[in-house]
Write a protein that binds this ligand. Structure first.
Ligand code: DGL
Length: 276
């Protein structure tokens, strides 16, 4: 397979915005893109076959992220949004020929802009929590915001399998948020530091009515929009397409496309090089 270089990629305003995630979680970012940048072409890639990424090794996460990025580069994307917090946590070690956007960086900006207390809660995967990526990004913005985090490795898989509104889901939500509030009961903001969590925002809010839930996806799309404007890369054509690729059965995606009312032109199951 040919190695892609910068010269091989057409990066003009008609090129698509690429979004990648370990599974269906990043569809919440795609939804935000649909709302804020409706005239852009979009290509989404979710590696549902290998998810969860949250308990994989750093080496494996980087390897898989690089493969997904090559997949999107071959389809001429002008930017790639790393909708997955776990992948974003290792952005500095990932190679790409197109600009990458990290949801952790956008999420940290969202915390910085909306925190009312100097301690915020974070629920994320084991890999994200252990990497301390949120702490690093926040430190660059403001030195005295403290994060109390809890990893929740089981939750994304349960969400991917669509076990919503069940006692199991509620138990798992409590299992990851209660310890944070136990450590600091004055916490007011909780960051949804895993792309799957905005999908169950309603369920979380029903249990923790006093918490403000921060979804980094909104800020990520704002950051993307600012960049495209600055670089004169905003698409003004009315002929746009959204294509969705997954490494797993497409049925899982069909349910979420419906749930999020997404407009999709193409849905296809594909293989990564690793599968050959
Ligand atoms: N999409 C991942 C994230 O945002 C969570 C799911 C996983 O563990 O693969 O961190």
């Amino acid at each position: 397979d040919k190695i892609i270089t910068k010269e091989d990629i057409i990066m003009d305003k008609y090129s698509a915005i690429g979004v990648l995630d370990s599974g269906v979680g990043g569809l919440t970012v795609l939804k935000e893109l649909e709302k804020s940048l409706p005239s852009e072409n979009k290509i989404y890639f979710g590696d549902s076959l290998r998810m969860p990424y949250g308990n994989k090794s750093e080496e494996e996460i980087i390897f898989l992220a690089n493969e997904m990025i090559s997949f999107l580069e071959k389809r001429n994307v002008k930017v790639i949004l790393l909708a997955c917090n776990t992948i974003s946590s290792y952005i500095d070690k990932i190679s790409s020929n197109v600009p990458l956007f990290s949801i952790v960086k956008s999420g940290s900006k969202a915390i910085y802009e909306s925190h009312t207390k100097n301690t915020v809660g974070l629920i994320a995967t084991k890999a994200t929590v252990n990497s301390k990526s949120y702490e690093r990004e926040l430190y660059k913005l403001k030195k005295d915001i403290k994060i109390i985090s809890k990893d929740s490795t089981k939750l994304p898989k349960v969400i991917d399998k669509q076990i919503e509104n069940t006692p199991l889901l509620n138990d798992l939500i409590k299992e990851c948020i209660d310890p944070i509030l136990k450590e600091d009961k004055n916490i007011k903001e909780l960051v949804l530091g895993c792309s799957h969590f905005p999908i169950i925002e309603k369920e979380i809010k029903a249990i923790y009515k006093d918490l403000t839930l921060l979804d980094p996806a909104k800020k990520m799309v704002e950051d993307t929009m600012d960049y495209l404007k600055k670089e004169h890369l905003l698409n003004d054509s009315t002929d746009k397409r959204t294509s969705l690729y997954t490494t797993e059965d497409i049925l899982e995606f069909v349910a979420y496309i419906k749930r999020l009312s997404l407009n999709i032109d193409k849905l296809e199951k594909v293989k990564l090089l690793k599968d050959d």
